[in-house]
Design a protein around this ligand. Structure first.
Ligand code: KG4
Ligand code: ZN
Length: 397
């Protein structure tokens, strides 16, 4: 069964054709991300205008070499998301469904993320800063089946993106139960807000991850952690020991770590980080106009932000695994592209006898492949006249 998926819930205009929920026949994503840079966040009106412009070129490209006869159904994100953006995808899907006489399968964007784990095709990678290529995944994980329908259930699915941090019990590919989620900021949002506080204008989580790799924590130097990029000495030789100027007592909170629920809270992290940034600036011998930290401290704080967020994500996910006797963990969403998160999860696998899955990097962030894949598994077609955009669609199932 070939499904044409359409995704426009945020700033992407994406379309993909996927066979039987696992083989990608075509995949195109256009993003207006760069246009929003100067505003420090996505401007809904700008995103929607761009999506109106991009939709037909994206669809034309994705359908190249195919005809409507090659498509068995149309899947579309109906929510949650920005209303102006959602409407563009929804109305396009309804128009195509009516014109081509195809069933339409509405999907919940948050649920779709986890179905990126069932994709077996490798998408060519051209994204800068990409870590989670298929090769990386294979190299860093214990011997196990590739990501696909060999997932052993029950599984715990952690969907961790810019807008959501949700835990689900996946009893099988069709039956899901929401277990908990963030009470305030999402993990990706915590990365993005921290990145801004540390002076990175954009690329949130990616910028923090990149900066953190240049910091070698004293407790970690014995564990073989990479020190590449650490301070160069006058002789040009890289020095792996932490410089004396480092304050090793910087520790950010791990919110709700010991709370027994499967909920998260990340909003306190940025306040704690802001306090540290101000303190460090005050401690520097700067001239009066200096408001920014030296690179070394930005790297140290980035490292600690990443540790704090990943510690909480891992602890809560493993708690869900224990509570539900799960056999596998499925990561997804933009933050699942974080290699440190992967490495830390991998360290837990032997003790917990679990399988760990994460989509290829390009399928962690928003795309239409996951829309078509999810629609295949949930397969819940409705008449086109009943499909509406639902910006506040609940993530709880
Ligand atoms: O899933 P996604 O593309 O969009 C939403 O539906 O939100 O996720 C975007 C989020 C952003 O907050 C971004 O900072 C974060 O994913 N992200 C990362 C990494 N790559 C993207 N966070 C941590 N490490 C990364 N490598
Ligand atoms: Zn998303």
């Amino acid at each position: 069964m070939n499904i044409l998926g359409i995704e426009t819930s945020f700033d992407e205009t994406a379309a993909a054709v996927v066979r039987d929920g696992k083989t990608v026949l075509a995949n195109v994503t256009a993003t207006s991300n760069l246009l929003h840079r100067k505003y420090g966040g996505v401007v809904p009106e700008v995103a929607a205008r761009k999506q109106v412009e991009s939709m037909i070129p994206v669809l034309t490209e994705v359908m190249q070499g195919m005809t409507p006869n090659d498509v068995d159904a149309i899947a579309v994100t109906v929510g949650p998301g920005l209303i102006g953006s959602l409407l563009i995808g929804v109305e396009t899907a309804k128009t195509l469904a009516a014109a081509w006489n195809k069933p339409i399968i509405p999907v919940n964007h948050i649920l779709t993320h986890m179905y990126a784990n069932f994709i077996q095709t490798v998408i060519p990678t051209n994204v800068e800063g990409s870590h989670l290529t298929t090769t990386d995944v294979k190299d860093s994980s214990p011997p196990k089946a590739d990501r696909n329908d060999n997932v052993i259930f029950p599984a715990i699915s952690l969907v961790v993106s810019g807008g959501h941090t949700e835990l689900y019990l996946m009893i099988n590919t069709k039956t899901l139960k929401w277990l908990g989620g963030t009470l305030d900021d999402a993990a990706g949002e915590a990365f993005d807000k921290s990145a801004r506080l540390l002076g990175f204008e954009n690329r949130g989580g990616i910028a923090i991850e990149e900066a953190a790799t240049h910091y070698s924590h004293p407790d970690q130097s014995a564990s073989g952690r990479s020190v590449e990029g650490s301070l160069a000495t006058d002789s040009g030789v890289k020095d792996s020991s932490p410089p004396k100027a480092d304050r090793n007592d910087i520790r950010l909170p791990r919110p709700m770590l010991h709370d027994n629920s499967l909920n998260f809270s990340f909003s306190g992290l940025k306040t704690a980080l802001l306090r540290e940034v101000k303190k460090l600036i005050a401690e520097q011998q700067f001239d009066n106009t200096a408001t920014r930290l030296p690179a070394r401290q930005v790297q140290q704080l980035s490292f600690e932000v990443q540790e704090a967020i990943t510690d909480v994500l891992i602890t809560k996910t493993l708690r869900a695994v224990e509570q539900h006797n799960a056999q596998s963990i499925l990561l997804s969403g933009g933050v699942a592209a974080n290699k440190r998160l992967w490495d830390k999860f991998n360290q837990q696998l032997t003790t917990h006898h679990l399988q760990l899955f994460a989509p290829q990097r390009e399928l962690c962030t928003d795309n239409a492949v996951m829309i078509a894949a999810c629609a295949y598994y949930l397969n819940n077609p409705v008449p086109w006249s009943e499909v509406t955009a639902r910006p506040d669609l609940s993530v709880e199932v």
